[in-house]
Design a binder for this molecule. Structure first.
Ligand SMILES: Cc1cc2nc3c(=O)[nH]c(=O)nc-3n(C[C@H](O)[C@H](O)[C@H](O)COP(=O)(O)OP(=O)(O)OC[C@H]3O[C@@H](n4cnc5c(N)ncnc54)[C@H](O)[C@@H]3O)c2cc1C
Length: 405
């Protein structure tokens, strides 16, 4: 049977793409390697700004574990800065098993067919155009044909490499390696603030070249994680264990109990290579749509899923699935400023990471003492979904450099 579009992967990018395509009358098939029930717990911090919910009409009460009002940033010297806009919500924290299930159900309700336990293996080409997918289901390789394929199969996508969109990731340069756990017995009495604030710990001892986090979930459960960058021989799980047992974290629990843990990479070098070719579009993590500064990518995954579906709808109207026809996809995400957001976040990270300890101590000091810096840096640090204007970026970098002198 031939489909209008096949989506490889039912994470946030794939489910949004499938929902919009199916709603608009395209015959849509989603191939998902994991089972849908119980839904795979994608290793993730699960923190999202409120824009994710408002832009995509997602009712927080159906998917969220915790409402978040701000972020506490802890410097290596243990000074902190509370990043919040009084009277405004920052967003919500979710468990990905719940959030992804909700989005996938949205695609099914809109008419998309979803095949679970189906591992996409390779592409089928005709005259260099992608015309389908080979996938393993119940031990057998099956072929599926479509006018257009959307690669939404995350950081491990093989098909984007096979299609020649990008090379394999360079583990040292391109990937943050993360470990995450749901930990119970968090003591909410000690620090009233913690229950509605996400905490970020920046220090090379805790998380080399990245950060550690504690994100509250419901009840006494929290999501604790670390990312490491550039160290290829270190094990992120070792850093996670150390972080949970570090006195600054351990004391926040009445005997921390790990309920679930896992590890997973995240792309942190921004959009990598090309994002479309004849018959194929890459969305979300598969193409590197993740903030190189924060390592957060759900917002970008969902928007690129939406842009890919809109592109697919136009391509069907034109009956043209060539890369020339699909170039409107790039126009859409460029208009939304994703490439410039990633460049700014990358520059910011590069500056901080040259001497993480010194620069973060200086930044937290600046934030606590200099109102101008507060305004500028608020934009930079919260600015996941906002473009940082180049002149503001220069000001930020100058301020940090001055503080480092
Ligand atoms: C530890 C960690 C913490 C993070 N914390 C945050 C955070 O707090 N906030 C945030 O915004 N982002 C966070 N991120 C990034 C975020 O998880 C990703 O950017 C986001 O999940 C990307 O969505 P996606 O749909 O592109 O890919 P994914 O969510 O990875 O979804 C891919 C889907 O494809 C399926 N799949 C994979 N391979 C195949 C195959 N061969 N065949 C069929 N199906 C396949 C998978 O099972 C999955 O369902 C974090 C990442 C990590 C690793």
């Amino acid at each position: 049977m031939k489909y209008d579009i096949i989506v490889s992967g039912s994470g946030p990018a794939g489910s949004i793409a499938a929902k919009i395509a199916a709603e608009n009358g395209l015959k849509t098939l989603v191939l998902e390697r994991h089972s849908l029930e119980p839904r795979f717990e994608k290793p993730c911090g699960g923190s999202m700004p409120k824009l994710v919910f408002t832009d995509f009409n997602i009712p927080p009460e159906k998917v969220a574990e915790k409402e978040i009002v701000g972020n506490i940033i802890v410097a290596p010297n243990r000074n902190e800065y509370v990043l919040e806009v009084p009277g405004e919500l920052y967003g919500w924290n979710v468990k990905r098993s719940v959030f992804d299930k909700y989005l996938c159900q949205g695609a099914i309700d809109s008419g998309a067919e979803v095949m679970e336990n189906t591992l996409v293996n390779e592409l089928i080409f005709k005259n260099r155009q992608v015309i389908g997918i080979k996938a393993k289901y119940e031990g057998k390789i099956k072929e599926f044909f479509s006018n257009l394929t959307i690669a939404a199969d995350g950081v491990g996508s093989k098909i984007v490499v096979e299609a020649g969109l990008r090379n394999k990731w360079d583990v040292k340069k391109d990937l943050g390696r993360c470990a995450v756990a749901f930990v119970s017995n968090y003591n909410l009495k000690n620090e009233k603030k913690d229950s509605k604030y996400n905490q970020f710990y920046l220090s090379n001892e805790i998380a080399p070249n990245a950060y550690g986090w504690v994100f509250p979930l419901s009840g006494n459960l929290v999501n604790v994680g670390i990312g490491i960058h550039k160290l290829t021989d270190a094990n992120p799980m070792d850093y996670l264990r150390k972080f949970i047992n570090w006195v600054g974290i351990k004391n926040k629990f009445d005997n921390p109990k790990i309920e679930w843990k896992s590890n997973y990479p995240v792309p942190v070098s921004g959009i990598k290579g090309k994002t479309f070719t004849d018959g194929l579009i890459a969305v979300g993590d598969s193409a590197g749509f993740v903030s190189p500064w924060l390592g957060e990518g759900i917002y970008f995954a969902m928007w690129t899923g939406k842009f890919a579906a809109e592109t697919a709808i136009e391509a069907h109207e034109k009956e043209d699935f060539s890369k020339n026809s699909l170039k409107i996809y790039k126009k859409k995400y460029t208009k939304k400023k994703f490439p410039s957001i990633f460049s700014a976040h990358k520059a910011f990270r590069a500056l901080i990471m040259t001497d993480l300890e010194k620069s973060v101590n200086a930044i937290i000091n600046l934030l606590n003492t200099n109102p101008e810096a507060q305004n500028i840096l608020k934009n930079t640090l919260i600015g996941e979904s906002k473009e940082i204007p180049p002149d503001l970026m220069v000001k930020v970098l100058n301020l940090i450099q001055e503080a480092l002198r």
